[in-house]
Write a protein that binds this ligand. Sequence first.
Ligand code: NAP
Ligand code: FER
Length: 337
Amino acid sequence: MARVNRQILLRARPRGLPKLSDFEMRESPVPVPDDREFLVQAIYLSVDPYMRGRMNDRVSYAPPVALGAVMVGGVVGRITRSNHPDFPDGTIVEGRLGWQDYALSDGKGVRRIDPTLAPISTALGVLGMPGLTAYFGLLDVGQAVAGETVVVSGAAGAVGSLAGQIARIKGCRVVGVAGSDAKVEWLLGELGFDAAFNYKTEPDPAARFRALCPQGVDVYFDNVGGVLTDAVFSLLNVHARVSVCGQISQYNAERPELGPRLLWGLIETRSKVQGFLVSDYAPRFKEAGAALAAWLKAGRIQYRETIVAGLENAPKAFLDLFHGTNVGKQLVKVSEE
Ligand code: NAP
Ligand code: FER
């Protein structure tokens, strides 16, 4: 077994767009599990937009990563050494074990993954946090029902691609927006979106949304914020719901952006705008996980992963989220399955 544990630490708190130099790699000894602990070797590491918030020196819904500490993040890995009766050697697990080759755990917050049900990487995507986010954000916060028009921003990402497909399953008309022609083709071709466009080449997104949503918008699943969200707000129907999942276009802003102030429209339409955190739905994860697994098995949802190899490339993979390099879920492969 390796003796060296490579870890990626937060070196500096970014201002604006994070840089590779905000991270550093450290080598430390592989830790040894105590009684009722086990050692996990990382196989896949998740990189996610929320990590940008953890790099700031500000307590949000979760505390920041300390300078010099290992970056947070979800991991799928294999137990290589165990002193825990419920987690024997060889078990595949998923948990928030951070950007490192090896992590110790006492089992809290760690779930066992059955590798015969689906590829283990899906525990970080369609059958993990992003899938749960799409499910609750669309169905509980958004209250989407058959016949309604649902708009999804960040539509070709991990969460957005699933939110759009769940909306289709529920009988909604789904309009997506994403940042490349290839992504739009995927949404329209494989994922069954009713309409979609590339915001990076569309000079007038508001006009485009208007043309693609002739019946207005009943549910807006917002992953990005900014000008795209301003554009959708002007199309909300009476009693529309806005599910504020993410605002990635704002995560690197050094000052809050001021946009058109569209709240008057919410009075006209009596719309509801609600932010949510997937973790608040923990008591219902079982229900959502079962639904997602059943849709996946039945071929009713498709997913894509963008996988880069090497723990050392995790910072770059994270930074690339802000350039839209990923299609579907961005993962880092750290070791062989
Ligand atoms: P993702 O969508 O797979 O990756 C991020 C995507 O954001 C990129 O691929 C890029 O796609 C798009 N993007 C980047 N900068 C943008 C900009 N300035 N304007 C518009 N789009 C931009 O990430 P994810 O993990 O599925 O997360 C999606 C959103 O959900 C994020 O905002 C995240 O913070 C949020 N989230 C919230 C919760 C919760 O509990 N509330 C849980 C998970 C995720 P394009 O090519 O389309 O630009
Ligand atoms: C969580 C709640 C929210 C979590 C991630 C998020 C990793 C993501 C939020 C965001 O991207 O804004 O418990 O766990």
